[in-house]
Design a protein around this ligand. Structure first.
Ligand SMILES: [Zn+2]
Length: 218
């Protein structure tokens, strides 16, 4: 059961196809494990299609969007597509083409004794997509984000000041948010993360880790 979801703005951008690829991947992975967001996303797509069909420029009353979103909240009986279990252990469908041999075959690059990363070759200079693997109890040094960092948990879990995150949980942080994720003790934590600017490490770790841990393309 997932507890951390994309907000309406992210789901709307996803439905409109206007998210960067990496963010879109994170949302797709989340949707596989979250019937509620699948329902909401499909409703937003329908509303978008409906609005496109009625594209005659007319003035609308104030509060129309709020009313539509309110009505969406009231709808509950749309069918939800059943997604079969993944034949590749632990790899969501959205990632299978990128990770045909599973998470354990990824060419992990050591950052610290408890932290590994693997950049996926699907981003560009402005939008990095990577896997991050934290050993049990390990952490990612306290950092800020130059832009937006979108993360979805694939395996295990981590905690930060925002709460506990388990497989399927989604978190999007803005440029002013700073956090220090710590993996849960019982297993490795593997996350998919998309960034549109390099991480900026703060404090002591910043001085030591920055040259090594930058997972932005060189
Ligand atoms: Zn959700």
């Amino acid at each position: 059961m997932v507890h951390h979801h994309p907000d309406s703005e992210v789901l709307t951008d996803y439905a409109a196809g206007s998210l960067a690829f990496g963010q879109s991947l994170c949302v797709a992975v989340h949707l596989e494990g979250c019937p509620e967001c699948r329902r909401r996303s499909s409703q937003l797509s329908q509303v978008g299609a409906e609005l496109m069909n009625q594209l005659v420029p007319v003035a609308v009353e104030d509060g129309l969007l709020d009313r539509i979103l309110g009505e969406i909240d009231g709808v509950s009986a749309l069918p939800v597509v059943d997604i079969p279990a993944s034949p590749i252990e632990g790899v969501p469908r959205a990632l299978r083409k990128l990770l045909p041999d599973g998470l354990d075959a990824v060419p992990w690059k050591r950052v610290t004794s408890r932290l590994q990363t693997a950049v996926l070759g699907v981003g560009d200079a402005a939008n990095q997509v990577a896997l991050v693997r934290i050993k049990p109890g390990g952490s990612i040094p306290e950092h800020r984000h130059g832009g937006t960092e979108t993360t979805v948990v694939l395996r295990g879990g981590f905690s930060d000041r925002g709460g506990n995150y388990l497989a399927g949980d989604f978190v999007s942080l803005g440029e002013d948010d700073s956090h220090q994720p710590i993996a849960h003790q019982n297993s490795d934590c593997i996350c998919l993360t998309a960034q549109n600017a390099p991480l900026q490490f703060t404090g002591f770790w910043g001085k030591i880790a920055n040259p090594f841990i930058s997972i932005h393309p060189q």
